[in-house]
Design a protein around this ligand. Sequence first.
Ligand code: CO
Ligand code: ZN
Length: 335
Amino acid sequence: MKDLIEKLVKVFGPTGQEGEVADLIRKEIAPFVDDIRKDALGNLIALKRGKGGGKKVMLAAHMDEIGLVVSHIDEKGFARVRPVGYVLTVTLAGNRVRFANGAVGVFWAEDESGDLWKPTPKLPDWNKWFLDVGATSKEDSPVKVGDLAAFYPVFHDLGKRLVAQSMDDRVGCAVLLDVARRLKDPDNDVYFVFTVQEEIGPKGAMVAAYSVAPDVGIAVDVTISADTPKAPPVAVALGKGTAIKVLDSGMIAHLGVRQALVDAAERASIPHQMEVLPGGTTDASAIQLAREGIPAGAVSIPSRYVHSKTEMVDMQDVTASADLLVEFVSKPIDW
Ligand code: CO
Ligand code: ZN
C-alpha cells in the first residue's frame, strides 16, 4: 500500500491536467474490474459488478492536486503565476514546482523592503510572487503562458505516518484501488470514479454522478486533522481511524448513508471517528445534488497540513478507510 501511495503522489496532475494520473490508475485497476471508461471531462470510471440485485454505489476520489498556471513571462524570463485551487501563499517562498515537460521553477517574491527577510514577514499577494525557471530571457524560458505546474513531488515514509505534497487526494485514489483489488463478489455494483477538477469546486464529480446515476455516493478524501498544538476544538485526530462525515461547509451527509457507514464500521470493528469539518468540502457535495438528488456521504482520511507541500496521513487511518469501504460495499446497504 505504501508503494502504491508513493507511486500515486509522485505523478504530475494539477487541476485540469490529470491525464498522467488517470493512465497510472487505469493500469493499476484494470485487473480487478469489469469495465473502464473515461468521460469527456477526463473522469476515469471503473465498474466492478456485484452479484445482482444490490445497489449502485459510486465511490469517488479526485485525481487532481492544487496547482498554478503561468500568466505572464517578463523580458528577464521570470514567470508570473495564478493559483489553480486553494494554494496558500504562506507555502511559496523557496518552494519548487514542476511542469509537465519537466521544467522546474523556484518561488520568490518582489521584496522592495526586504519583507521576506523579516522575522514575521507580511505575505505578498499573488501579483508580487514570481517563479524563476532558470531562464535568462523570455525567449529561452522552458515554459509559456498557460502552462500548468504542480508542487514538486515529495514522499517521506516516517513509519506509521507518510508525508507528500498531494496526499489530497492521491491517498483517496490509493484507498479506492485497494478496495477494488480486495472485493470478491460484492452485493452491490461498485463504480470507482477517479474525478477531475475537485480543487476548483467539484466539477468532475458533478458530471460523473450524472452518468453513473448511483443509488448512493461516497466521496473518499482527506479531512483536516485537528490534533496539532492549539488546533480548533474538532474531534478528528491522526491515527484514530477513518472519519465518517457528518458535515462540512458544502454539505450535510445523508443521515441514512452516514448511519450505514457507522453500522458497517461497528460490525467489522473498524476504528472510526465522526467528522465535523468547519471549512472545505468534497466531491460528495456535487454527487448529492446530481439528478434528482443522490444520498451521499464521505469517508475521510485525517490529514495534517492540508494544502501544504507536506500533507501527513497515518497508515492506520488509510487502512481503516479501505476496510470500511470493503465492508460497506460488500454487504446489502439499507437505511
Ligand atoms: Co484539497
Ligand atoms: Zn481533496
